[in-house]
Design a protein around this ligand. Structure first.
Ligand code: DGL
Length: 289
């Protein structure tokens, strides 16, 4: 979140409608950054609550679902920019989503480049979902931007669940957060880590607990501010002025997830709507007479 803005921070006067999307509430950390940088924007939020979490789903299942859910949401909300505030989705299916939309699409990828530049010890940690850790896209980012660094990786779906539970107001013990990030520090060379990439948008929700439970001082970096800048950069110039504020959308009925609706309200989305997805068309073989 953006509690501590740099002194030279200048909000953008950009107007337009932005739809921020994630599997759950993680993307709210990105929505906050976008709101801070573009206070005149209409920022809307959508969670694919019916398919949460993404981090343990197969590539095939996500590749099939993401373009469908993106299209259904954009047809409904009519944004000027669609922001995939999810590393797990962006590192897999950014092109597939772009192919079905006719507006700019901003993706979220692990902040490996800034972390590689920031580290003093030359050892960085990469904390993400198991999906993001295994991706060819992530391997390419590491090879391109952190080739001269040691990158210790750990995928944790447990940390996604803990962050989501924390955001929903549940009492999450700090020991559980410590255990979820411990494999990074316990890996060979882990005591050298001075910078950790939070490569899942859920993780900044528990940034304080991560800092407090690390065995030594570590800086945690994420892509939120960079995504906000890119969102404003790609916003079409001719966009008509539309209202500030925004609504939230779920792919499961809000009454089935009252605590999720509560978190969204707390983040300034008082109105939560249900967007139903078209069922997948199943074509059966023609009957032979
Ligand atoms: N917040 C998402 C990410 O940035 C994924 C969480 C999940 O659904 O597994 O990767």
């Amino acid at each position: 979140m953006t509690e501590f803005l740099p002194n030279n921070f200048v909000p953008s006067p950009a107007r337009g409608r932005v739809l921020v999307f994630d599997s759950g509430v993680g993307g709210l950390t990105v929505a906050e950054e976008i709101r801070a940088l573009g206070p005149a924007l209409g920022v809307h939020y959508a969670a694919d609550s019916a398919f949460f979490p993404y981090g343990d789903k197969s590539d095939e299942a996500l590749r099939e679902r993401l373009p469908r859910v993106a299209k259904a949401l954009c047809d409904h909300v009519r944004p000027d920019v669609f922001v995939i505030a999810c590393n797990t989705a962006s590192t897999l299916a950014l092109q597939e989503v772009r192919a079905v939309l006719d507006i700019p699409v901003v993706g979220t990828v692990p902040a490996i480049k800034p972390a590689a530049a920031f580290t003093q010890t030359g050892t960085i940690g990469l904390l993400a979902t198991p999906g993001t850790i295994g991706r060819a896209y992530t391997a390419r980012l590491i090879a391109e931007f952190a080739g001269s660094r040691r990158v210790i990786q750990h995928g944790s779906i447990e940390l996604v669940r803990l962050a989501e539970a924390h955001a929903r107001g549940e009492d999450v013990p700090i020991e559980a957060i410590a255990a979820a990030q411990a494999p990074l520090f316990e890996a060979p060379g882990g005591d050298e880590i001075d910078t950790i990439v939070l490569a899942c948008t859920h993780f900044p929700l528990v940034r304080g607990q991560l800092i407090a439970s690390a065995p030594h001082a570590v800086s945690y970096v994420d892509s939120g501010a960079a995504i906000a800048r890119q969102t404003i950069r790609v916003l079409p110039q001719e966009t008509e002025a539309r209202s500030v504020g925004g609504s939230a959308y779920l792919t499961s009925p809000p009454e089935e997830a009252p605590d999720l609706a509560l978190v969204l309200r707390r983040y300034g989305f008082p109105e939560v709507q249900f967007v139903a997805l078209e069922p997948i068309a199943i074509t059966s073989a023609p009957t032979l007479l």
